[in-house]
Every structure is written in C-alpha cells, then in structure tokens.
Design a binder for this molecule. Structure first.
Ligand code: SAH
Ligand code: AVI
Length: 323
C-alpha cells in the first residue's frame, strides 16, 4: 500500500521510484486476459488529456454534472457546516468544486485527494487566489486506502465530495468496498455528495468514449507512452489502437488497447506476447440507474438522501448519509 503523502513528496516526473507502476504493468500484462489499472492514466499528460476530454462535445458527463451543481448548489451546501472540512476524492483540477465553494459557509478547509500531484498543485494555487480565506490542504495518494485527517482538523465536521462518476470506473463490488473505506474518513452522519452517470442510449455512450478529435484515444494510448518512458520500453504506438465498446450485460463502457499485429513487446527486459487483435482492458465505466446506485450505497451502509438530476436524466448527483 502506498500511504497518502503530502504534496511536496512525489515529484511527478521522477521515474517509477517506488515500483508501483512497473509491478502493476507486469502483473496486468501477465494475465490470460491482459489488463492495466485505469488509475495510471493520470500522469501529468494524462491529467491534461482528461481536462481536454471534459471539454469535448461528445463527452456530456462533465458539463451535465456541472449544470446540476450550478442549479442546486444552494441546496447541496445546506449540508456543509461553518468551519467544516470538505474532502474530495479524485479531485483532479477541482473545477466543479468551485461551484460549491462559491456558496459554501465560511471557514471551510478543502482537502482534495488525488494520485496526480500536478493536478493538485495547480488547483491549490488557483483556488487560494480565487477564494481568499479558504484553506486548501491537498493530499497526494490513492483514495482506495483510508486517509489520515490532520490532527488539527480531526474534530471538525466533514463532508465528502466524489464527482465525475469516478466510482463508475470500479466494478460494483469494488465500488461498494470503496464506499465502506470512505467511512473511515467520513464517520456516522457525515454526508457524501457523489456524481453518478446514468444509463442511456448505447450509441451516445460509445460516441462519448470515441470522440471525433481522437482525444480519448490519446488518453488511452498515453498508458503505452508512460510504459515506454517510465519502464524503459520501446513499444511501437502505431501497432496499437484505441477501442471503446458498450457491454449491455455489464452496463459498462469498456476501453481497450488492441494490438493490430502479432508481436512481442519488451518491458524492462521481460517479453509480453500479443496475438494480432489481442486486447489490453484499460478501463470500465459503469452506468447506473438511480435505484441501482441507491441499492449499492445501502449495501455499503450509506443511506441515500436527496438526489438531483438534469432535465434529460443523463447524470445524477446523490447525497448519501453515513450510517
Ligand atoms: N473530479 C474531477 C476529475 C475526475 S477524473 C471531475 O469530476 O472532473 C478522475 C480523477 O481521479 C483523476 O484526477 C485521477 O487522477 C483521480 N484518481 C483516479 N484513481 C485514483 C485513485 N485510486 N486515488 C486517487 N485519485 C485517483
Ligand atoms: C474519470 N472517469 C469517470 C472518466 C469516465 O468517463 O469513465 C474517465 C474517462 N475515460 C474516458 N473518458 C473519460
């Protein structure tokens, strides 16, 4: 387990000093069905590419969720306490957070958690200049592990924020485990505001993950760029292509990197064999109905409370209460 660390500790451009990325690549590519964990998308370039994705005409989730937050910010922050702590999981650029911060009570401390220290560093600078008086205390780390709240914040009331439908990148059992893990930092009666992408027409979903400008393809391929740079490999990027498909039985978009030829790829002196057409499964993005997500929350000891959606029911923002 990599413990959460302070912002200064993990310079983004250092090679894979702790070996976590390399170990995950070897493990994932050694499986009969090759996989790579999607949290490794987010190096400095990957975080930039994700920001570009959020602006794409096909990628409706970000703008729809932002619209829901804008329409209901006043009601959403009713659950925030003066002098409280707002903990955001997978905060990235914290752009949506600004919508809530603009209406939040005074004296709030904002604790964004992310594996991407580049995204956190930029967000801290921007938010502190935009909201004088707001204290921003970023944590670089993996939100799958309980985070330690700084002793001076421990007694303050807390609210969690987990936008973007990032939880949809986990399988439902892992999503339920994550919601239980959050209870370590969000004790009984705390609220969690969480964004969930809703089920919809498969064609719209496939377009959102196969944009015409090819940004999602570059985001996916960036994993191979990262392997080449950080693990001393020389994978020919021209021999892989991006694929995103909707799997109706699972209710999820799947992203893959497909080897277009039969080949052996060498990574840190180890060979990995690919057949022509063989795929590396790089991401799942589950889509829920409101009732399905509420059931998942209940199974993890969170009580569904209020829920907000857009008029076209594309996306949902849920308020859960820790029980
Ligand atoms: N919350 C933002 C960003 C979503 S993108 C939004 O709604 O637009 C997903 C973010 O989660 C990225 O910034 C990525 O770096 C982060 N992330 C993904 N897996 C993570 C993990 N296991 N631990 C911490 N952060 C993670
Ligand atoms: C962060 N996450 C919710 C995004 C999604 O839609 O699953 C990541 C992403 N993958 C491709 N496009 C965006």
């Amino acid at each position: 387990m990599r413990p959460a660390s302070t912002i200064a500790r993990l310079p983004e451009l250092l090679p894979d000093v702790e070996g976590e990325f390399g170990a995950a690549v070897f493990e994932g590519l050694s499986r009969p069905k090759k996989t790579l964990p999607c949290r490794f998308f987010y190096d400095a370039r990957g975080s930039e590419l994700f920001e570009e994705i959020t602006q794409l005409p096909e990628y409706y989730p970000t703008r729809t969720e932002a619209q829901i937050l804008r329409s209901h910010a006043g009601e959403i922050v009713e659950g925030f306490d003066e002098g409280g702590v707002l903990i955001e999981f997978g905060a990235g650029s914290s752009i949506k957070t600004e919508i809530l911060l603009a209406q939040a009570p005074a004296g709030l401390t904002y604790v964004p958690i992310d594996v991407s220290d580049s995204a956190l560093g930029l967000a801290k600078l921007r938010l502190e200049s935009r909201f004088p008086g707001l204290s921003v205390r970023p944590v670089v780390g993996d939100f799958s592990y309980p985070i330690e709240i700084a002793p001076d914040l421990a007694a303050r009331p807390r609210v969690g924020f987990f936008p973007g439908s990032t939880i949809g990148n986990l399988t439902p059992p892992d999503a339920a485990r994550l919601l239980r893990t959050f209870k370590a930092s969000l004790p009984r009666e705390s609220r969690l505001i969480i964004g969930i992408d809703l089920k919809k027409d498969a064609r719209q979903l496939v377009l959102a993950y196969n944009d015409a400008a090819g940004v999602t393809a570059e985001f996916n391929m960036n994993l191979l760029v990262r392997i080449n740079r950080e693990l001393g490999s020389s994978i020919d990027l021209g021999t892989f292509r991006h694929e995103a498909v909707y799997e109706p039985r699972e209710g999820r978009i799947e992203m893959h990197l497909v080897s277009t030829i039969k080949q052996v790829v060498w990574i840190s002196g180890r060979p990995f064999h690919f057949d022509g057409g063989e795929r590396i499964h790089t991401e799942n993005s589950y889509k829920y109905s409101i009732a399905q997500f509420q059931e998942l929350a209940r199974s993890a000891a969170w009580a569904p409370n209020r829920v907000w959606t857009d008029p076209r029911q594309q996306f949902s923002v849920h308020e859960l209460i820790s029980i």
